[in-house]
Structures are given as structure tokens and as C-alpha cells.
Ligand binder design. Sequence first.
Ligand SMILES: *[C@@H]1O[C@H](CO)[C@@H](O)[C@H](O)[C@H]1NC(C)=O
Length: 726
Amino acid sequence: MSYTLDVSHKAPLSAVYPALIAVSVINHSIDPAANPVIGTTFVESDLVSSDNSTHPIALKVENDEPIFGTKAVLEKLLATHGSVLKGANSKGGKLEEEWITFTATRILGADYRAATKAIEELDSHLTLRTFIVGYSPSIADIAVYGALRGNTQFYSLLRKPTYINVNRWGKYLESIPSFSQAIDAAKAAEAAKKAAATGGKKTQSGNFEIGLSNTDKGVVTRFPPEPSGYLHIGHAKAAMLNQYFANMYKGKMIVRFDDTNPSKEKQEYQDSILEDLSLLGIHGDRVTFTSDYFQELYDLCVQMIKEGKAYCDDTPQEQMRDERFKGIASQNRDKSVADNLQIFTEEMKNGTEKGRAYCVRAKISIDDPNKALRDPVIYRCNVETPHHRTGTQWKLYPTYDFACPAVDSIEGVTHALRTIEYRDRNDQYAWMLNALNLRKVDIWDFARLNFIKTLLSKRKLTKLVEMGRVWGWDDPRFPTVRGIRRRGMTIEALRDFIISQGPSKNIVNLDWTLIWAINKKVIDPIAPRFTALWKEGVVEADVIGEEAKETSEEKPKHKKNPSVGSKKVHYGPKILIDQVDAQSFKQGEEVTLMDWGNAFIETIEKDGDKVTKLTIKLHLAGDFKKTEKKITWLATSQDLVDIELVDFDYLITKDKLEEEDKMEDFLNDNTEFRVDGVADANVKDVQQGEIIQFERKGYYRCDKPWAQGEKAVFFNIPTGKEERKK
Ligand SMILES: *[C@@H]1O[C@H](CO)[C@@H](O)[C@H](O)[C@H]1NC(C)=O
């Protein structure tokens, strides 16, 4: 059974949140192998039912008439997904239904006074209960909370300390990720809609309401990738934010390669990062390298040693980690300045055997509660790998913790944007600048992008490449800019999505649904349409009737957008039809052959359930509005093109890998699904990278164009709606 939820952008949020939360709870708690995920689509228009009334939401269940309205949708979801939507120990869901009615009659559409009364009742109901029904959150909580949350006034009532029980209940629900995610997703969709509505320069519209402070002397931002991997969607956000603020304050942005660890860095990565940035429309005002400052950084370290602010330490790594953890001073902490200088400028600088045993540590604190302040390492030797820019000139390299604040200050950066994972290191950053007597830099934290079932750790991604789980860094299952582009994401959608996320500092695990839904809006109006059939079980049909002649005709590639061009549609007395369509036919039924006209199914030959042959009689005078089935078909008189349609699943099986989880335990063994097909002759000309639609099958990006004797390969592009693969 496949379900989708349509949500009107015009609807009040009160009427929308309950269903969105319910869907989010379902999507996050069911066994995805057994239950298709419910997709959500935000639509611009009202949702109109057959009696012409408008509704905020509609639930579509396969080919049935959609279910309209908050109450009916919630009841349907309760009926079909009771296992996750009923409270623990509740009896049959009857009480839950009563609370759905309560929501519909007492909260939705209520005025402030009526809502106050409803909340008072709820508060007394919750006196001895944690949840409205049973011993776990149920659709009763979802309905009531969602409806209150969607109305600003009611929401402030909910949070009023006087309603002590409602207050506690609300806080608990808010802490459940599937609740907050549903609301974040709705807000993001709203923001994306606003961004789209402003058109043209939409990506520059002011969605980051939270600006920078101390901007009166100008703004210089920087994006500092390490050239040790390919750019992924998380980097894309950082880069876009930096560019955004530089533009907003008419300042400058620096792209700086933070190349301080030759063992991990390569020219290849550097080139790819620049290429991907330029695809994203990001061109720094300057491109710089931390390695350009190796001499300055070295001198600064000497200065720190001379001032007694740093010392050389040869404590073995394990022991150092242990001492830092326990807050114990290193035995080298009080080494004399002269000794430290000798070790740093002679042994470490020359990369001697003795020097290689040492590192330099900033003398900040032994036991500060913030562990980032416990004498961090600022310099270490590396003689194994030549640096990709400075070769073997240097045997010792600064760490990120030291180089980043120093170079930020030297290059004139005014605002350093960092993800909030670095918040613990903000004090350390400020300490370095102070110790070095360098100009201060403002730090501005933002939340990093996280997606469910998606790894963004460079280390883990590298491992997947090395394990052969993917084809490479541009694998369509990878969250790299290259990977998602190869899967069919447009840069425009990526940009809209990131801007719509704004400056949120909450780390949420986003669903991919939303970003693919935005992408669909970008590609749908411009993707040319072609026809493809599944090769397996394809049925041959004889077409009879006077018009069943071999001929061809020019037709638009996109019915609503003639500028996409035209294609040749072939007609003839022998056509192919998908097995699943053939099986749905009844003898004598009138169907519509798309781009041709109506026809009657005359005879159906079968072998068991399988249809082996059809005879179809054309009835071109028939009204296509009256037929239920619009069928894709291909005339055999043309040069049919062999194709392969490929779909993918997530690489990991868990929504969010925790620190203690071993990646290997959560790898999805089956992530690539290939099916053979045949397509119309026009598909021969589809180019690599082109995004198209195979009618009634979906959107695809051509990964490998057709060549004599070789199949064309197409990757399915998610639209945020489809079922997960089996
Ligand atoms: C380090 O190298 C310099 C220059 O090559 C040399 O003068 C000095 O003796 C070396 N020091 C050590 C400890 O090897």
C-alpha cells in the first residue's frame, strides 16, 4: 500500500501539523522493509475534493479517492498504523479517536477563549497522566499538540507555567525528534516557498534573519576546507553561508585551503573542491592556502615559546591523552625556554629522530573543565609525506587549532563561521589570538546539516570508498556535491534548500524528502518526456483498425512547455506494452494509448497470470477523458533503444549513527537495483547528465548515453514521494 500526504501551503499550520507529525512518527518508527514510507508534498494550491470543498491536507492511498481534511486523515492513519499511533495499553483506539474529535471541534477554528477552556480541560486531564491516552505518546497527543503548536496564540498558552501539566507534557513531546523534525520540515518548506516566490535572485533573499554583529568596519568571511576529500552537502552549506554574509554586508569572502596535514591532502581534492564550488556559484574574492603562511606561523610559534606560552612535549600519545583526560600536567610542562627553543628550531625543524618524538603544546590549562583548553597540540612533525604544495621544505606543520585563528587574523577575516560542534573550541580560538597579540575575530556558530541515514564524516566516507561499497567519491549514493548531482540533484534546488534552512542552530536530522521535493519542482517544468517499458514480461500487441499503419509524427517533448523541443513518435500495427498494464486489462475495456488515442482491448492471451499477447482495436474517435487507463506503449517499427534503469537505497540502515555505533554493523548490503528496459528511438540522442522523464515511471538522469551495442544507463531521481526500495 503506498500513501502520500499532500499539504496545501495555504492551510493554517494548526490544521497541518497534526498530520505532519503523525507521518513523521510513522516514518521513523516502522520497519522500513515492511512498510513504505509516507511521502509528503507541499502544494501551492488548495486541495479540492470532489464536492468542490477545499481542505488543508489530503491523504492519497494508492488509486483510491483521496481522504481530505485533518480529522479524516488522522482517523485513517490511526486505523492503518495503529501499532505506532495507539498509546501503549490503550483499548482499541477508541479514546484516541475521541481526542481526534476533541482536536477538530475544540481547537481547530476555536477562538482564544474557547481554546483556553480546552487547554484547562487538558491540563486537568493530564494531572495524573504523562500522556493523553495510555503510557506512551499516541495520535491523541499528536493531534492536540500539533493543533496547538500551529497557532501562535495557543502555543503561548500551552507554554504558560500556570498550566503546569500541559507545560510538562508539551516539553516532553517537543523533545521527541520525530515531532520537532516534522515542524522543522514544514517551516523549511514554507521558507523554500517564500524563496521561490521572490523568483530571480531568490537565493539572496533575506532568510538568515540573524545577522552578524560588529559589522561597522566591514566584513570578511572565509570558507576553509581541508583538501582531504570531496565537498559534501555539509560543506556546501558552510560555503553558501559565508558567501551569503559577505554579499549581505558588501564584504569579501576568502576560500582558504587549510592544508596543514600532508598525509591526508592531495592536489586532486583541491582541484575538485574548486570545481564544485564554482558549480555552486561560489567564487571567493581570493583563494589562499594556509601553507602560504608556514613561515609566519613558524615565527609565531617561536614567539610563543620565547614568551613561555608554549612548550615541547615528547610524552607518548596514549599517555598524553590519558593525562589530558585526567587533568595531569605533562612532565615537560616546565621545560626551560632555551630547551624548548632548541628542540623546536633545531630538532623539530630538521625533522631529526629526536625532533619527531616531540610536539609543541600551548600552555593554557592543565585541568580546565573545557578539555579543548587542556594544553592543545599546536605543532607536530611530519617527514613521511611531502606536502602537495611546499614539498619537503617543512618537516613540521601547525595544527588547525593554531593555524586557523592565526591565519584568520592575518588575512583580515572579521567573522569566522563555524559549526556548533566547534563551540567548545571557541575559547581556545580566542586564547590563541590573545597569546599571539593578533587582532580579534568574531565567531558565529551555525548548525551543521545532518540527514537521516547519511554519513558526512570524511573518515567514514573514505572508508566506504576503500571498502568498495561505492564506486567512488561521485557515487550517486554519496552526499558529496558530485554524488548528489549524479543522482539528479540540481544546483538550483540545492541552493534553495540550503538557504531555506537559514541560520538555525538546532541540529536536526533532516529527511531527504524535502530537498528532493524542491528538486522536483525545478526539473518538472523542463525535463523532456520519453517512453520506456520494463523489458521483463513485455507484451506484444497487434493493433487493428484502419489507422493502424506504420507512420510517425512530431510531438512536443513536454506538453506544457514547447520550448523543450519535439520528438518523433512512431505508430504501427505492432506495439509493446508493460506486463503490469496488460494484466490490468479486461476484455472489451476502452483504454487510452498516450500520444495516440483510444483503443479497445479485443483479446487477451494468457499463460497462467502472465499475459502473452494482446489484440487491440483502435478507436481514435473515443474521448480520452472517459478512460481510466492512460497507457505507455512503443511501436516496434522504430529502432528501440536498450536501456538500464538504476535505483539506489541508503548506504546505512540506521537513521542516525551514534558515536558508539560501529559503521560496519549498519551497512545496507543491497543498495543498487538494476532493471532492463526498452525506450523509444529518441532516447538515442539523450546526453550524459541530461535529466528526463520516462512517462509514468519517473525522473531519470542519464549516466551513460546510448552507444552502438551498449545500453544507455539512467539513474532514478527521487522526488520525495516514492516508496523505499524493497
Ligand atoms: C639543523 O639543520 C641546520 C641547517 O641544516 C644545521 O645547521 C643544524 O646543525 C641542524 N641541527 C640538528 C640538531 O641537526
